[in-house]
Design a protein around this ligand. Sequence first.
Ligand code: URP
Ligand code: ZN
Ligand code: ZN
Length: 471
Amino acid sequence: MSVLIKGGRIVTAADDYVGDVFVDGERISLLGESLDVTADTVVDATGKLVLPGLVDPHTHLDMPFGGTTTIDDVTSGHTAAAFGGTTCHVDFCIQAHGQTFAEALGDWHAKRDGKAIIDMGFHIAVTDLSEPGRLEELATLPAQGITSYKLFMAYKGALMVDDETLFRTMEVAANTGALVMVHAENGDAIDVLVKEALAAGNTAPHFHALTRPPETEGEATNRAIQLARVAGAPLYVVHVSCKESVEPIQLAREKGWDVWGETCTQYFFVDYSFLERPNFEGAKYVYTPPPRAKENQDVLWNAVRTDTLSAISTDHCAFLWDGQKTLGKDDFSKIPNGGPGLENRLQMIHEFGARTGRISLNRMVELLATNPAKLFGLYPRKGTIAVGSDADIVVFDPEKKVTISAKTQHSKVDYNLYEGTEVTGTPETVLLRGQVLVDGDELVAEPGIGQFVRRAKFGEELRGARVELTA
Ligand code: URP
Ligand code: ZN
Ligand code: ZN
């Protein structure tokens, strides 16, 4: 099968030109002006943007959490992702206490077997190194294409690890070519604040934010940075939400340390006041870190513009408002933490980032596709439009007006964080490895088409270790 995408404005992290893309099989094989080739399928992209398929480095599909399981499984999550222009993601495989990593990976592979519509990889979330042999097993994972270790510094009594586990994992990463990812919040202090709030009878959703002040995020971010420095491991801080954690990342990067940070779409648009919405509606915005005071939104835009933060993910972790979030009707600490967003990342960042001029189109592509691909060992197969790259391509209509709504979304969740937001610009056609996934309003692909991606070790592409040069 061959596909010719004709006359679109091709935008990558580095380029912006009008041209044609010729796809032969699964890869891009030719780029140029007015290509003189015949193809099985021709897509007229005149007036459209032609973007690399987006890469989401942070999602939670079919994940048991907070006494329930996220509502989007691999198929519904991938459908939402595909309509949003995301063609590859890296999900969290969570090690249950006592489990080997092989057992955890077996469980997570079973969730995707025959169900995947886009390509995906796994980060391993380390929760328990207490059994003999775990550190040694952890060291074998990068060679299997699992090249990032995730640690939760919060969620005490559930996913949280102590500093010894964090530090030992960092030491392994320093030797195996894995990138360490941290959920940076001080889980011990938060646990005390939550107990105190409940004892005082403060049970409403907005106490979720009041018991997780930004300083607890800043402290943990700084602690992780300093420990990673001692261990010699590269560090990626997930879902940065506020000035208190942007600042230590900025400082570390100014010093040239191997530290990167990500924020998520929702932190630009949802602020603390959403948690105070009446009739338990505030529960829709109970995710962690919580929505912050509005002034943090400008801090985050500035951070993504200046490369203090290098990626925007969704942290898609969807729970029904009616039936799952309501588990915490009388106690905010029992509201499952997480929010949806896999489908709307490109629409929202294009509208409020690129169209307003806060960031360029090139930077938008870099934040949503190229940098996640580079940091997580997927580049240049994913994250760009280049000869030899996978033909993961989004033909994006920059003029089409859409009103975002739960009524028209593809996720199974019963609300949308951006309900009623009007955007101009939306994906029109989405290809995965040369096959059309989305054609207008229609999902063309069948579950099973998505593949598992074995990722390269950290820095192999970034530092050129895989690039062969000849005279
Ligand atoms: O509230 C959130 N973010 N839920 C997902 C788990 C995590 O902390 O990323
Ligand atoms: Zn987290
Ligand atoms: Zn998450």
